[in-house]
Design a protein around this ligand. Structure first.
Ligand SMILES: Cc1cc2nc3c(=O)[nH]c(=O)nc-3n(C[C@H](O)[C@H](O)[C@H](O)COP(=O)(O)O)c2cc1C
Length: 318
């Protein structure tokens, strides 16, 4: 499947494995890139040397392009920005802010820059700043989110910019990918579906919760402090929502303390009581453990079959 995204990134399929802090390591990224998509190593709040080791692991496992995600609010963002240049990373995705001050160095190093955006205004600003493409992420997605759904956001971003747009949020099979392409995306970024892959380094409990989830299993916390996060319902999300309703400074501080380190507790310890199990709404569709290769086949093969079928049934001759 060829699009401007496959051309830009030098990959076979226009499918990006989204960054997932504490999860998307060198092994997962290499497995996705080796399967024909683009694997991304999540910088999260990790120190640069930890991420350097993950990049080396990925390079040892694949010769295909690898991406890296930099959360611009990370205290280590400056170091990670330099690391990407030193390690000749092919693609950088950014979240939580404006990567403007790094763009010159990254461009000079030939790195492709793809910010994640949740609004038309930010997409336009990123295009003006020199981004090569944008990822438009709807609020169905797992992790930190905006307020607009993929269905509404994507065509508006596609109309607002000339650079290619990648759709994210809510893709769980070929139907989701075909829908994104129909809305004008030239590729998709997925996070939640990769939580079901054998190569994904999460606790058994985390994977089990994703596989058992239904359509209404996720909830958004953090709206009260301006940082909404989508995760599977759990004792911790329940406590957070109660405190958010109280809404006073003390309650908000308590949330901060309770949630600090909670994604790591979910990923590494499977701690149901104290962990945050970030996941998108599409978890309800994902019921079987799988592999990265099977995920890529399901997304791309499924989308191609659907688009061909629709052309026959709804096209001029159909
Ligand atoms: C567990 C988890 C952690 C995430 N962490 C990050 C992150 O560190 N940086 C980032 O830009 N996006 C992060 N995301 C968002 C994903 O990269 C991706 O855009 C999103 O999952 C796509 O929507 P989906 O979950 O419906 O597939 C995370 C998502 C999940 C599920």
């Amino acid at each position: 499947m060829k699009t401007r995204i496959t051309e830009l990134l030098g990959i076979q399929y226009p499918v990006i494995q989204g960054a997932m802090a504490w999860i998307a390591n060198g092994d997962l990224a290499a497995a996705v890139s080796e399967a024909g998509g683009l694997g991304i190593i999540a910088g999260g709040a990790a120190p640069a040397e930890v991420i350097r080791a993950e990049i080396h692991k990925a390079r040892a496992a694949t010769r295909k392009p690898i991406g890296m995600n930099i959360m611009l609010l990370s205290p280590n963002a400056d170091d990670l920005a330099k690391l990407a240049v030193e390690e000749k990373i092919e693609v950088i995705t950014t979240g939580a802010g404006n990567p403007g001050k790094y763009l010159g160095d990254w461009k000079a190093a030939g790195i492709k820059i793809i910010p994640v955006v949740a609004s038309v205004a930010l997409a336009k600003r990123m295009e003006r700043a020199g981004a090569d493409a944008v990822i438009a992420e709807g609020m169905e997605a797992g992790g930190h989110i905006g307020e607009t759904t993929s269905m509404a956001l994507l065509p508006q971003v596609v109309d607002a910019v000339e650079i290619p747009v990648i759709g994210a949020g809510g893709v769980g099979d070929g139907r989701g990918m075909a829908a994104m392409l129909a809305l004008g995306a030239e590729g998709v970024q997925c996070g939640t579906i990769f939580l079901t892959a054998a190569e994904c380094p999460i606790s058994d409990k985390y994977r089990e919760l994703v596989l058992k989830a239904s359509d209404i299993s996720t909830v958004v916390t953090g709206r009260a402090n301006g940082h909404p996060v989508r995760a599977l319902k759990s004792p911790l999300t329940r406590k957070c929502l109660v405190l958010e309703k109280q809404g006073d400074d003390r309650s908000l501080e308590e949330i901060e303390t309770m949630t600090s380190g909670s994604l790591r507790r979910a990923v590494q310890e499977g701690d149901f009581a104290e962990g945050t199990f970030m996941s998108g709404q599409i978890a309800g569709l994902l019921n079987e453990p799988t592999t990265c290769t099977a995920i890529l086949d399901k997304l791309v093969g499924g989308a191609q079959a659907i688009l061909a079928d629709r052309a026959t049934r709804f096209g001029k001759e159909g």
